[in-house]
Design a protein around this ligand. Sequence first.
Ligand code: FES
Length: 320
Amino acid sequence: MTGETIDVRINQMRYEAATIVSLELVPVDGGDLPAFTAGAHIDLILTDKIRRSYSLLNDQGERDRYVVGIHRDPDSRGGSRIVHERLRVGQVIKISPPVNDFPLDESARHIVLLAGGIGVTPILCMLRRLQAEGKSWELHYGARNSTAAAFLSEIKEIAKDDPSRIHMFFDDENPGKYIDIPAIVAAQPDDAHFYCCGPVPMLDAYEKATKDLPRERVHMEYFSAKEEVAREGGFDLVLQKSGKHITVPPGKTILDVLIENKVNVSFSCSEGICGTCETAVIEGVPDHRDQFLTDEEKASNKLIMVCCSGAKSAKLVLDL
Ligand code: FES
């Protein structure tokens, strides 16, 4: 894990919904935090090995705090479990500066925001910005039920001059049904832009519903991995630059063994989403499990995301 870090104090932790807490982070030494724009995320550096990305949900004009919302994932491999169980108000933690891989095109005439579950966090930041700038927007927000829908009262407050822009979809009120993304997309003007953040099935439906639209109008962000991280092991790594030979055993990722062997490698999400751990492959065939590389890049076998991908060949030679 490399890169610049910032020390922040947890100023507030708040229960936002059944499994969601928000953290308000303020600079330890006063002063301003680095500026950010709607859609940006920061990494919380939770241990030597665990670093997780979370979207900023507060107003992008604020420089005195960052606010993130964190869902306790029942399958957590450490990230959200640590936040919910170990972090407390007053603690100082390290974070990364903000990065925006999901930027808002403010020139669009109308913006349709789609959020599912904890995917509401970047969408909430966008909604604040659009409202502040007097832009035309609408929100479609799906959650299991009303108690699982975080930040709902805040959203209603932001949209209080025209609540008809908010469309809620609760699973428990619509058994066996899903938010009707094709109908939402079909009802929009030809120049509308779409932003979606939610669970994998929602994003799959969104990708299908928007496949014929110009790509510059379709924006999305995964917050969780689509595929299982490769831990099958049973192959060898040759690190060309450092001359190391390492076996990846079953139960471990390539990243796990690189860290254990003190190989300097950058990583962030550990789930194949952010692209930080991208590494050049000199020889061998990766078993790609990420959502970052394009299909062409994957087919070329020239790159690998070492946090989540494995090997189809008995040996991988990496440019490390
Ligand atoms: S650390 Fe994010 S893709 Fe590997």
